[in-house]
Design a protein around this ligand. Structure first.
Ligand code: ASP
Length: 342
């Protein structure tokens, strides 16, 4: 019997700067996506579960410093790291998530333990770390998450923020209250800067979650997502990534979805669940539902980003409304496909 098993992944969406991209940087991203897809594809080819395939894919993406999740996460306004992750099993509708964690090497593994070993769905901060430690997961020194590239982004954002405050004569207390406003401020500020020559996507305007969705040979779906959030976010700010239904959703009856973009808009649109709901309630195809959410619903409130989705027949949709999204998919027995641009 031919298997429809497939895995799709993303490494964030955002503004593209073709001119600033070196062939070497582009090759690095393709190679990283390819390696992660191969690992997920192998699990599915061996008859493994979709839940295991997405867990492993996101764990590998977290360990890769190219992407904004795990090691490589962006800095908060206080130059710290606060990480979020979630996972959902389409077979049982069980889910697990952690948010605002500072010392968990692999937040997706903690989310998976929440799914499997707890009656709850979401743990935050120190409670999440204590839960994960009790489950035997690795805690790391917060320095583990420091990368020079992300720190340069923080410095740029910080300098611009100070300049704006000096200019307005405003106090730090009047910083924009929501992270989306901060991100926009940083993005606008970044327009005045020279692009970093190494990055295909402008790092200051890039949304950088990682995610994976999969269908296994038994017909089960799963989704997982992980992020460092948005550069210069206010400490304590949480986006869509750890929220089931907003940044992550899976239901065997419909589809599995993982999102990336301006988290506040994905929360307000309950974006991941909306793809599933459109399939369930109005009989939309995966492609029609995913496109409607990304190209119509989210854009109504200027929600920039994209998502990856797979349905129970093995159809794959990877829509985004930004110039680029690191992405790829791999069917069992076929070559891995990776892409960056529109
Ligand atoms: N959605 C994530 C957040 O708002 C960021 C991203 O996808 O890049 O935290």
């Amino acid at each position: 019997m031919k298997s429809n098993a497939v895995i799709a992944i993303h490494g964030g969406a955002g503004t593209i700067l073709r001119t600033s991209m070196s062939a070497q940087a582009e090759a690095q991203y393709h190679a990283a996506l390819h390696d992660v897809l191969l690992a997920g594809q192998r699990i599915l080819a061996d008859g493994g579960h979709a839940l295991d395939a997405v867990t492993e894919a996101v764990r590998l993406l977290e360990d890769c410093p190219l992407f904004n999740a795990g090691r490589g996460s962006v800095f908060t306004a206080d130059a710290t790291h606060e990480l979020d992750a979630s996972i959902m099993d389409g077979r049982t509708l069980e889910a697990g998530a952690v948010c605002c964690v500072k010392r968990l090497r692999n937040p997706v593994l903690a989310a998976r333990r929440v799914l499997e070993c707890s009656e709850h769905v979401l743990f935050t901060g120190e409670g999440a770390e204590a839960f994960a430690a009790a489950q035997g997961l690795a805690l790391v020194d917060p320095d583990y998450f420091h990368t020079d590239a992300r720190y340069r982004q923080w410095q740029l954002a910080h300098d611009r923020q100070q300049t704006m405050l000096d200019h307005d004569g405003a106090s730090r207390a009047s910083l924009p209250a929501d992270a989306a406003a901060v991100a926009v401020a940083v993005a606008v500020a970044a327009d005045a800067q020279e692009p970093t020559p190494q990055e295909p996507l402008d790092p200051n305007r890039k949304f950088g979650t990682v995610g994976a969705v999969a269908l296994d040979a038994q017909g089960h779906l799963a989704a997982a997502a992980s992020t460092g959030g948005i550069t210069y976010k206010q400490p304590g700010r949480v986006g869509d990534t750890p929220l089931i239904g907003a940044g992550c959703y899976a239901n065997d009856a419909t589809c599995a979805v993982a999102a990336t973009g301006a988290g506040e808009m994905f929360m307000r649109m309950v974006a991941a669940y909306d793809v599933s709901a459109q399939m369930a309630y109005r009989g939309a195809t995966l492609e029609a539902a995913a496109n409607d959410v990304v190209m119509n619903q989210l854009l109504r409130i200027d929600g920039r980003g994209g998502l990856i989705a797979v349905d129970r027949e093995g159809n794959v949709a990877l829509p985004f409304n930004t110039e680029g999204m690191y992405r790829g998919y791999a069917r069992v027995g076929e070559t891995c496909i990776t892409d960056i641009y529109r």
